[in-house]
Ligand binder design. Structure first.
Ligand SMILES: [Zn+2]
Length: 173
């Protein structure tokens, strides 16, 4: 389009076109071409601005993706570390349990395991200040008297949740 405008302008300047009608037509075409060029330049400008804005958005989003990825990496590393720690703890606790289980009479251990399966993983509970720490209920006076009267090696059970009650110096007896 620009070449055509230059050619038209050259023809106009050369004086080769002498008819007023042709001159006028040429002039009109030049004006029209100039306007179209202006319009196209506006379009190009707008596209460039939009492209720039899009590029900025891409940069921003890329940065956000990197930030999120860093957080994911961090969380993954912490999770892995926690899992390693848990595995070590499981191994220790399992070994400790084995040592304790070996000195507990077989029938008591069997009862404990049965209760543990029934009572959400807790088969025995501490009796603390006359309260069963398994179900959190306080023993009534008759139950307290029964516990007081029982010999130290009697296996006591909570009347409410049936868990094995473990007496300590803090049982409130
Ligand atoms: Zn209980």
């Amino acid at each position: 389009m620009r070449q055509r405008a230059v050619r038209d302008q050259q023809r106009l300047d050369s004086g080769a076109v002498s008819s007023p009608k042709d001159l006028e037509s040429l002039q009109r075409e030049l004006t029209s071409l100039a306007k179209r060029q202006g319009d196209l330049e506006d379009v190009v400008l707008e596209i460039m601005e939009r492209r720039e804005a899009a590029q900025e958005r891409v940069t921003e989003l890329t940065q956000r993706v990197s930030a999120v990825q860093a957080k994911v990496d961090d969380a993954t590393a912490r999770r892995d570390a926690a899992l390693t720690e848990l595995d070590a703890e499981i191994a220790t606790v399992t070994k400790d349990r084995q040592v304790v289980a070996e000195v507990i009479p077989a029938d008591l251990l069997k009862l404990y395991d049965k209760l543990r399966a029934q009572q959400g993983g807790v088969g025995a509970a501490r009796l603390y200040q006359r309260r069963c720490e398994g179900c959190r209920l306080e023993l009534n006076i008759t139950e307290v008297n029964d516990v007081k009267a029982a010999s130290p090696d009697t296996v006591l059970r909570c009347e409410n949740c049936h868990r094995i009650l473990v007496r300590t110096s803090e049982s409130g007896l």
